[in-house]
Design a protein around this ligand. Sequence first.
Ligand code: ADP
Ligand code: MG
Length: 355
Amino acid sequence: MAEIRLEGVTKRYGAVTALDDVNLTIDTAAFTSVFGPPGSGKSVLLRILLGLEQVDEGKILINGQDMTFASPRERNLAMVFQNLALFPHLTARNNIAFPMRRRGTAETEIEAKIDELANVLSIGHILHKKPAALSGGERQRVAIARALIREAAVYLMDEPIAALDARLRDAMRVELKRLQSELGKTFIYVTHDCDEAMSVADKMAILENGHVAQVDRPDGIYAAPASVYVAELMGSPRINVLSGSQFADIIVESLKSLSESRVPQIQSGYPDCRIALRPEAVRLHQVSEQGANTACVSDIERLGAFAIVTVSKGGESLRSVSPGDIPLAVGDDVCLTADPDGILLFDPDNGSRLI
Ligand code: ADP
Ligand code: MG
């Protein structure tokens, strides 16, 4: 178990600044996810932590000790890489056992650990096979087992379940979270999948072009994103960031009859802000009379429990999460209102959240 701290860590490759003054504390015995779009610096951050590459500026502290220039071995961190590197000539069992055998651990202890991990990762039935005979998902789970079998201070994972199919990914998320809490180890988990980052983590760090855009509990970030960048990354379907005034006018108009505390704030902040509205806060109603606050249904995705309805007006569009059986069809006119809790206002210049 270990606490890791990065202080002002910067890493450059020629003209590219891959990490830009990163300050981040990874808590002991917790599950931290590092989330950001491709190219935001996630893998570089892990390589720097492992000691595979050196920082240009800043410090890395492990349990308060300066490890900035320590070798990978001294840092004692275990890693599951994005690209699997299993030994092709060894069975899954021998691949998993490899790091412990190399350290001279007793065979009985190795066998007991493999059994425990095989159980958690559902790979007991494939331990006799070699990598070529395994599916991508099976290989990934064997690689995870091989990383976890080592006693390490911290376990780092770079998109460890990206290659699995959707059903298996959902199951693995739950398993990894359980594994972390049972083992009581420090996990750092990198992913570009927001649902994954939110579901596994106690704490989430969001990267934007190599710098940390926000760090908090996932629900805290969702409720109060620091910037429009973060708001657009969190949640599916994505938040509506309005480009013009067609919907903004309707939304602010629809708040007039409400007495909730946020309404005066929103009304006074608008129209000098960028206004964003969560899809689940958009309410669609039957049109009672042809009014100014109507829009036209341009698309419906029915996904069972809910439907994503896109409405359009004057060249702008807006997504709503509505009940799966909402009686609407493409081309219908609808009236829309908004739940004030789902409205966020951002600074038009720097994108920071105002309300
Ligand atoms: P991701 O968030 O997708 O894991 P990376 O951490 O791999 O992103 O990369 C962050 C940035 O650093 C990207 O712009 C990438 O092109 C650049 N980068 C990463 N590794 C190298 C390298 N060895 N040489 C040059 N540029 C690199
Ligand atoms: Mg990467």
